[in-house]
Design a protein around this ligand. Structure first.
Ligand code: GDP
Length: 300
């Protein structure tokens, strides 16, 4: 939590602090509420969620009458928590049943942080005593497979790769097969993020998934979203939720943005829980997404 705070505090609690300052004003007139709205929009909370949060805050502040700082903090904490939907199941289905490894398909646009996140997840699983196989199904760029191999060496997991320009589905198949043969607990399949056209992407990811499913179900399809790309990135991300059944989002680069509100917009727009957050480029810079911790970090 301390680390989360430190990573977010650079920029991020400007959202929480900004809101608290605004709400503490003696007179909360229309202008003040407009500023509160702007603050939320600037933090990438998104229009729909912003409207809902402001509406609820207005109502509750009215009921409250005079407000102490403590009361305002509590109120804001409650509303941000509600906006982050604490009822989502955020547990990662990442380890197998002893017979078959859990297969995690990792998707998202280029540069979002897929390969890095595969490495970080492998690191966490291995630290917990599990064995992991990484599959380099991004055969489009040789550098992507090299990068995954570097991560494999770093964290201690087998990496399965194919020839450059080869069939991604066949690499995915081999990775799952290797994982099963080795008795691994998890297989993480890193994919390409080409988005020139939706049909191509759909074909490629669809095939990867079908081929994996010949050996059993996919445990998780994780969509990696770069938090710094804002509402734009969300539009691109939406295509993936249309193409494959995304079970969780990993929001990366939260260390590099003042716009932590994007977590709210992601869930609201995609209807999928944020399960993990990326807080840096290093192997340990991954954290489970915990609503209360996140809200506390925003408000402190
Ligand atoms: P991919 O193309 O989706 O596989 O993306 P990569 O894993 O290659 O990541 C793209 C860049 O983002 C790399 O320079 C990573 O080090 C960086 N990156 C990934 N996750 C994070 C994060 O959580 N925080 C920061 N600051 N950088 C990240």
């Amino acid at each position: 939590l301390v680390r989360l705070r430190a990573r977010l505090s650079k920029s991020n609690n400007s959202l929480g602090r900004g809101l608290l300052t605004l709400l503490s004003r003696d007179r909360l007139d229309d202008d003040a509420w407009e500023e509160i709205e702007e603050t939320l929009l600037m933090a990438d909370v998104g229009l729909e969620s912003t409207n809902r949060i402001v509406e609820r805050l207005r109502e509750r502040v009215k009921v409250l009458g005079t407000r102490t700082a403590e009361e305002l903090r509590g109120l804001l904490s409650e509303e941000l928590t509600a906006a982050l939907d604490p009822s989502f199941d955020r547990a990662l289905n990442a380890t197998g049943d002893g017979e078959r490894p859990a297969v995690l398909l990792v998707v998202g646009v280029n540069g979002a942080g897929k390969t890095t996140t595969c490495g970080k997840i492998a690191r966490v699983l291995i630290a917990d005593g599990h064995s992991v196989v990484l599959g380099a199904a991004d055969t489009f760029r040789a550098a992507a497979a090299d990068q995954l191999e570097t991560w494999g060496k770093r964290v201690g997991s087998t990496v399965v790769r194919g020839p450059e320009g080869g069939d991604p589905a066949s690499v995915a198949f081999d990775a799952v097969k290797t994982g099963t043969e080795q008795g691994a607990d998890s297989v993480l399949v890193d994919t390409a993020g080409r988005l020139q056209n939706k049909t191509g992407l759909m074909d490629e990811l669809g095939k990867v998934k079908r081929v994996i499913e010949k050996q059993g179900p996919v445990a998780e399809t994780l969509l990696i979203i770069d938090a710094t790309t804002g509402q734009n990135g969300l539009e691109q991300a939406r295509v993936f939720t249309e193409v494959c059944q995304v079970t969780g989002v990993v929001l990366t680069k939260l260390d590099g943005t003042a716009k932590g509100g994007i977590v709210i917009a992601v869930q609201q727009t995609l209807g999928v829980p944020v399960k993990l957050i990326g807080l840096g480029e290093g192997p340990d810079d991954l954290a489970p997404f915990d609503v209360q911790q996140f809200v506390d970090a925003l408000l402190d």
